[in-house]
Structure formats: C-alpha cells, structure tokens
Design a protein around this ligand. Structure first.
Ligand code: CP
Length: 308
C-alpha cells in the first residue's frame, strides 16, 4: 500500500494487516509501551470540512507515534484561493512525510496522490471514509472476535459511509445488507464491486426495506440523513428518510445481542433514537476511540517505509 484513498484499492490482506497492527498499538497505548515509529516525521492535515474525531485522533496519534501533525485549514492554505491541487501536492511532498485530507470530491484526493510523492490518506470524501470503516471493522472484530460470516446491516443514506462499509465488510468476509430510501442508493462503482463479489459467493442485499436489512443482523450501522455539504437538503431528507431509523422496534428483528455502531456525530431522533444510542454507547464510543488506533496503524504502515 502506498496510499489510503479508498478501500476499493486495498486487498483483504492490507485491511487485516492494518487491523492487527491497530490492535497491537491499542494494547501498547493501554500499557504505556512506547511506540514512537514515526519519530521526526510530519503529517499535514488538510481540512476542507469540519471534524472532531478525525482531526483530534490523527493529531494525537501522530504525537503518540513520535511525529508531528499540522492542521492545514482550507481558509489558510492557498488551495482555498484556487492554487491547483497538483501544485499543492508537489510542494507539500517536499516538506512533509504524509498528507491526510478531508474534502468533498474523491478526485481531489486521487490527484494529490498522483502528483505528490508522499503517502496520502483520505480523511473523508463524498465517496468514501476508509479510516472510519477501518476503525469500524476493528471495533466489530474486537466485539465478536471475528468478522467472517457476521451480518452487517446499514440503514440510511447510500453515501460515503455506506460505500466504504460495503467494500470493507465484503472484503473481510461479512454478509452485507443495505437499506436506503429510493434515490439514495450507494455509488454505482461500489454496487458493481458488490455484484462481482456476489458472483463469487458473497452475500449482499440492497433494499428499501429496513426490516429486510436489519433482519438477523449481528451489527447495525447508520449515519446522518444529511451529511456535510447537504445541509440545504435537510428538510427534504427528513421527509425522504422517515422510517430509516435505528430504534427499539428495528433492533427487535436483529440477532439477540446485536451491536450498534455510528460513526458520529449523531442526530438523535433522526437516524437513531436517543434510547438506542445510550443503550449502545459503550460500543459506539469504543468505535470513536478506535479511530485513534486504526489511523495510527495506517500511518505506521504508509509512513514508516525506511525501516522495512
Ligand atoms: N466520524 C467522523 O469522521 O467524525 P468527524 O467528522 O468528527 O471527524
């Protein structure tokens, strides 16, 4: 792996290797065992959208690995005034050892990687959220001690989280069921991947029926009805997504002991009830914590190459 742009680019072995390293780094952090694998390295973090978890976990993670992280807001960089991403990539490659970017279009992340000469990590685009889903897979594997054969149900928008969950879960041998309202289905590239996996024997369902997606699920995921950049559609989406909620009634059709995950931030009363979020808070905040460990594993994998 040279970059983490989207999970479609990763093999199952890449994903499992990151999860294994993340588990090890989590253990070392909990037991105060030093793991300064990136001493003297710098990560630039470009944010064109807001963030709590991604920003803080990357910055804290880089510090724990002995390196330094720089927060580069769109408002401060020349990229915000129109400097092309191709030029920004070549300049930053001469100062830094890695770039994490959160932006709107996937093609910007791909262009950074194409023109730059240092690893690029996707901190979320409209197409994918690979760092989040690596943390999600880590959390589900910790909970069940396996991924293979578990059923993942996703309820909500077929946007970046659904896209990345479909790919990450299918690549690690999980069964995947997605329920979206009509017109909010996942990206065609992701559906083509899922169909190809189905042809090889994987279990995949895309439906508009939340009960079919949640039925017998081991773990249920959701995400907000209106993501960043879609605030102007929020009122229409509240109508379109009515019923696409994780609530007590929906959990009743899942497997007993179903796990609930939410990438956060959550809109309680929309995609998830306050009652369910609080009942599953330990699982959900473990998922948030695991952003730290999974991303440290990604950074060590991509930015520690001279030690190989
Ligand atoms: N889940 C997630 O990416 O959180 P932030 O938007 O706070 O980074």
């Amino acid at each position: 792996m040279k970059n983490l742009l989207k999970l479609l680019d990763c093999s199952k072995e890449d994903i499992v290797s990151i999860l294994d390293l993340a588990d090890q780094l989590k253990y070392e952090k909990k037991h105060n065992i030093p793991h300064r694998h990136l001493e003297g390295r710098s990560l630039g973090m470009i944010f064109q959208k807001s963030s709590t978890r991604t920003r803080v976990s990357f910055e804290a993670g880089m510090y724990q690995l002995g390196g330094q992280a720089m927060f580069l807001s769109n408002r401060d960089l020349q990229i915000g005034r129109g400097e092309p991403v191709q030029d920004t990539a070549r300049v930053l490659s001469r100062y830094l050892d890695g770039i994490m970017i959160r932006t709107f279009e996937q093609k910007e992340v791909e262009a950074l990687a194409e023109y730059g000469s240092i690893p690029v990590i996707n901190g979320m685009t409209d197409f994918s959220h690979p760092c989040q889903v690596l943390a999600d897979l880590m959390t589900v594997r910790e909970h069940f001690a396996q991924l293979e054969g578990l059923k993942m149900g996703f309820i909500g928008d077929g946007f970046n989280m659904a896209n990345s969950l479909i790919v990450g879960c299918l690549k690690t041998g999980m069964e995947v069921s997605i329920a979206t309202p009509e017109g909010y289905e996942p990206h065609p590239d992701v559906l083509a991947f899922a169909e190809a996996e189905q042809a090889k024997g994987a279990k995949f369902l895309l439906t508009h029926d939340v009960h079919k997606a949640a039925g017998n699920a081991d773990v249920l995921f959701t995400d907000v009805w209106a993501s960043m950049g879609q605030e102007g559609q929020a009122a229409q989406r509240r109508i379109d997504f009515a019923g696409f909620q994780i609530n007590r009634e929906l959990l009743a059709c899942c497997k007993e002991g179903v796990m609930v995950q939410h990438c956060m931030p959550a809109h309680r009363g929309e995609e998830i009830t306050d009652e369910v979020l609080e009942a599953h808070a330990d699982e959900i905040f473990e998922e948030s914590e695991n952003r730290l460990h999974a991303q440290k594993a990604v950074m060590v994998t991509l930015m520690n190459r001279t030690e190989e």
